[in-house]
Ligand binder design. Structure first.
Ligand code: HEC
Length: 109
């Protein structure tokens, strides 16, 4: 199977990314705000927004803005770091090959 196809299966399956990043835009229809605790980051920026939450980033066309880093403040320089973060925060137990597959899938969106 292609790497991106394996990543797609993980995204909607075991890694449960699609619970928040819902296709076709890969954000959530309607209510797409999450508390910093939910995604395992600090609340410095969220507290400056009126509802103290972060908006689920649409992942479509992700590769076009990859140069400034990921998350609202660019705290993760690479998709690999984003995968490590989710893996740890949600205790997903992904192998490094699975993280690479996921990152490949994201780049294909
Ligand atoms: C609980 C909801 C939730 C789940 C589950 C979730 N995400 Fe996210 N995701 C978010 C939010 C909210 C942000 C925005 C965070 C920020 O801007 O600081 C985000 C941001 C991202 C970004 C950064 C996008 C950018 O342009 O900077 C990537 C990449 C990403 N998520 C991929 C994934 C992957 C892969 C998974 C599955 C392993 C996943 N997400 C699971 C809510 C979620």
């Amino acid at each position: 199977m292609w790497r991106a196809a394996r990543g797609k299966a993980l995204f909607g399956g075991r890694a449960r990314c699609s619970e928040c990043h819902v296709p076709p835009l890969f954000t959530e229809p309607g209510w797409n705000l999450h508390t910093p605790q939910e995604i395992g980051i600090d609340d410095f920026q969220a507290n400056r927004a009126p509802d103290a939450r972060y908006r689920t980033t649409p992942l479509k066309g992700l590769w076009t803005h990859a140069r400034r880093g990921f998350y609202h403040d660019g705290r993760f320089a690479t998709l690999g770091e984003v995968m490590d973060h989710y893996d740890a925060h949600f205790s997903l137990g992904l192998s490094s090959a699975q993280k690479r597959d996921l990152a490949e899938y994201l780049k294909s969106l």
